[in-house]
Write a protein that binds this ligand. Sequence first.
Ligand SMILES: [Zn+2]
Length: 102
Amino acid sequence: MKPKQLRIGTTFYDIRYSKKVICEEGELLGDIDLNSLIRIDSSVPHSKQLHTLFHEVTHGISEEMYLNLNEQKTTLIANAYYNFIIDNPDYIKEILKSFENK
Ligand SMILES: [Zn+2]
């Protein structure tokens, strides 16, 4: 299931999926309006949408935590964490399990 809203720190972002994401620089797979909107291109495969969303979330975290990450560092960190999650599902499940029933 694709998320429709995500919380990053103090900000709730609505997630909008549409066939094209166009901004001033041209067509993108996704973008983030740091006021509370993330747009994702829904014409690419589901897994690519989730990966793109993770990238946009990393921009949001950078903003929330005053990290000032540029595009390259955002991409590197997002890809590193995304791959870590994929490579270690049991650890991620254990983290989530530790918050159940709290
Ligand atoms: Zn980006």
